[in-house]
Design a protein around this ligand. Structure first.
Ligand code: PA5
Length: 444
């Protein structure tokens, strides 16, 4: 079943039907390259056949571990950066608002994050919070050598071993990393942690449907079977459907077409704050996959109506280099109506009995009309509601479209050579052995 529908900019204001057809053909060719595995970066295509190729024994093991974590932990610390935490956070926060931490009837641990920052104040606070709660930790790094999560894990390992003793701490630590190499792999083997493997042919930002995303999502009390089912159903559509019925091909085609017309910035728009980390995950997916060789659409995101009061002016009247991709969600899980008020001092009685979702949809429609009239093309992605199933669909849709779009752009969507540049300088400045020469050039 495909619950996700795409609506492309309709009129001739931004491009012609012939141009769309031309880019559609390129998208179909790019899909062939992706599926045949004869394009750039083809040793990193393992994600295209997920979740089908995911071993059911791994899924069962994840569910068992999630049960244990739920029974012995009030907090679950996810240590990772970039693709090693954004996918899990995107799904968890889409289904559990930030107010979740205040809910007294929570049935699963609250997930907190580490390894994504070097802020001293953040770790100082986190460690004091961990003093007061029972917790378990997943440390996630494909390379097993990334500095930020390695530092965070050193701090947390030290804390958890002091809190529970080495033996009990070992039972609370889960390591998700390469099968054979990297410092994290070595630590996990020597210390005897429960290990999960990130397949060699799946890059970090495409790894949410492996244990990288699945263990934290399951530990948060969410249904990973439904997530995987959504992804599986969307995979069938992406792989088999012709252009006219294929949202991923259409999305890849239209964004490349708009880019060719000078629309160099894509803003992912939502009207639900719970989708904030879907946007963060999407930005990493597209930014790291396409931003290379001095090319690539700049992925940006806004959350409306909040950001209409900060960035709305620019979108409406600033430089015309933008297009929007709107994630439109039809239904909410709950109902809140505007109550009547006898005095009507706030003049809102015209809204009596309307739900907030109805009001939010009017804001969405009104914004879309205004932005279109202001010269901003809008790609609409419609989903009926936010569930594990529809998130699974959305994730696979964006991943597949990203692979196709990167090939249309002519880059290798599966490497990230630019991410290394800052690391070398940081190592040199910190005095890491092997970086002495670079240190001299930076300090002089
Ligand atoms: O997508 C990617 O490859 C990166 O964003 C990585 O996920 C990120 O740099 C973290 O790397 P690692 O998992 O090796 O610690």
């Amino acid at each position: 079943m495909n619950n996700l529908e795409i609506k492309l900019p309709e009129n001739n204001q931004f491009f012609t039907a012939e141009e769309l057809q031309q880019f559609g053909q390129k998208a179909v060719q790019a899909r062939e390259t992706l599926l045949q595995g004869n394009g750039k970066g083809n040793d990193f295509l393992g994600w295209t056949s997920l979740p089908e190729t995911l071993d059911p024994a791994i899924v069962s093991s994840i569910k068992e571990d999630a049960q244990r974590i739920k029974s012995n932990s009030e907090l679950f610390v996810v240590v990772g950066i970039g693709g090693s935490y954004l996918g899990a956070r995107a799904v968890i926060e889409a289904l559990q608002s930030e107010l979740q931490s205040l809910c007294k009837d929570r049935k699963a641990p609250l997930v907190v994050y580490a390894g994504h920052t070097l802020s001293e104040d953040y770790y100082s606070q986190l460690l004091s919070v961990l003093d007061n709660y029972n917790y378990s930790v997943a440390v996630i790094s494909k390379s097993g050598t990334t500095t930020e999560p390695a530092i965070a894990f050193r701090l947390i390992k030290n804390h958890i071993e002091r809190k529970y003793g080495k033996e009990q701490a070992r039972q609370r630590i889960y390591a998700i990393t390469d099968a054979e190499k990297g410092a994290l792999h070595e630590i996990a083997c020597i210390e005897g942690y429960k290990r999960y493997v990130i397949p060699d042919n799946v890059g970090g930002r495409f790894s949410v449907l492996t244990p990288v995303g699945l263990l934290p999502i399951a530990a948060a009390g969410l249904d990973i079977d439904q997530l995987l089912k959504g992804a599986k159903d969307m995979r069938k559509v992406c792989v088999e459907a012709p252009f006219g019925e294929n949202p991923a091909l259409q999305y890849a085609a239209v964004r490349n077409l708009l880019y060719s017309k000078g629309k160099k910035v894509e803003m992912l728009i939502n009207f639900l704050p719970t989708l904030r980390y879907i946007s963060e995950w999407w930005k990493q997916l597209y930014g790291e996959s396409e931003g290379k060789e001095n090319k690539g659409i700049l992925p940006h995101s806004l959350s409306f109506t909040t950001d209409l009061h900060s960035m709305g002016q620019y979108v409406q009247e600033g430089e015309r280099l933008l297009f929007e991709t709107l994630i439109s969600v039809k239904n909410s899980h709950s109902r809140v109506e505007i109550p009547s008020d006898e005095k009507n001092l706030d003049k809102l009685n015209y809204l009596i009995s309307k739900t907030l979702t109805e009001i939010n949809h009017c804001a969405e429609t009104g914004t879309a009309i205004a932005h279109r009239n202001g010269g901003v093309p809008i790609v609409e992605i419609h989903i009926p509601e936010i569930t594990e199933y529809t998130l699974g669909q959305l994730i696979y849709f964006f991943e597949f479209a990203c692979g196709v779009s990167g090939y249309m752009l002519g880059v290798n969507p599966f490497d990230q050579p630019g991410v290394e540049a800052y690391k070398k300088n940081m190592f040199a400045l910190l005095g890491k052995p092997g970086f002495e020469e670079l240190r001299k050039t930076l300090i002089d």
